[in-house]
Ligand binder design. Structure first.
Ligand code: SAM
Length: 218
């Protein structure tokens, strides 16, 4: 049942306060987090944890990212209404919904078939019709649907995939956690300034599950 009651809404307001206190300023991002019933994206055994600022397991060995991390990546993207955004790593679908709430047209790719099927159904039930889900290898992006205004990768990548750089519009932004040592990643923002030039900025250390190549064999 897709219930969203006053208790959930109250917990969500507190979560927004926590994220704001940690430094997120983009009101559109905070508003999206305030509007999305995060408890519906977790397995029911985690219901009581849905509004803590923590990552949680979602099956198939994967996680729903920590709300602060979702907010941080989204703020770096500077999403505007009507933009085309590619997400690599659909997972629970929560990040895709944050982007959709901000008015983006979202194209999201997941390599785990079970997770893909489960999340596709959830997003349909929640009536997020501006999100298109794809089962496949996010390293390759979606060449037939690009170029994109923004690209977000929500798994730790060993390198910045060239296909994703190529599918970014000039003036576009790509946010991706890139592997450092010891299972940590550096949050990288890349701006495409011309056909051949890209600017790169670092935005601190985070921890993600790995971006794996090809579809999962499960
Ligand atoms: N954005 C998600 C959310 O809001 O719940 C969290 C994503 S989780 C931290 C990372 C996801 O990336 C996992 O679901 C994993 O299966 C997926 N993934 C890993 N490698 C991938 C690839 N090459 N292509 C697409 N998805 C991939």
């Amino acid at each position: 049942m897709l219930e969203d009651n006053y208790r959930h809404k109250g917990l969500r307001k507190k979560l927004v306060d926590t994220i704001r206190a940690k430094g997120i300023k983009d009101e559109a991002v905070l508003n999206a987090i305030n509007n999305i019933p995060r408890h519906l994206f977790l397995d029911s055994s985690f219901l009581n944890f849905a509004y803590q600022d923590q990552a949680f397991p979602i099956g198939s060995g994967q996680t729903i990212s920590q709300p602060y991390t979702v907010a941080f990546q989204t703020e770096l993207l500077e999403v505007a209404k009507g933009e085309k955004v590619l997400e690599v790593g659909t997972g629970s679908g929560y990040q895709a919904c944050v982007l959709a709430e901000m008015g983006a047209k979202v194209f999201t790719i997941e390599r785990q078939k079970k997770l893909f099927d489960k999340t596709k159904k959830l997003l349909e039930n929640l009536k997020y019709f501006s999100i298109k889900t794809f089962y496949g290898d996010g390293y390759k992006g979606l060449p037939t649907f690009g170029p994109f205004d923004k690209v977000i990768v929500t798994a730790g990548a060993p390198v910045v995939p060239n296909d994703l750089l190529m599918q970014l519009k000039i003036g576009g932004r790509l946010v991706i956690p890139v592997d450092l040592e010891n299972d940590y990643q550096e949050m990288i923002l890349i701006k495409r300034v011309s056909e051949t030039e890209y600017e790169r900025q670092s935005h601190g250390k985070f921890r993600f599950v790995p971006l794996l190549s090809d579809k999962a064999r499960d």
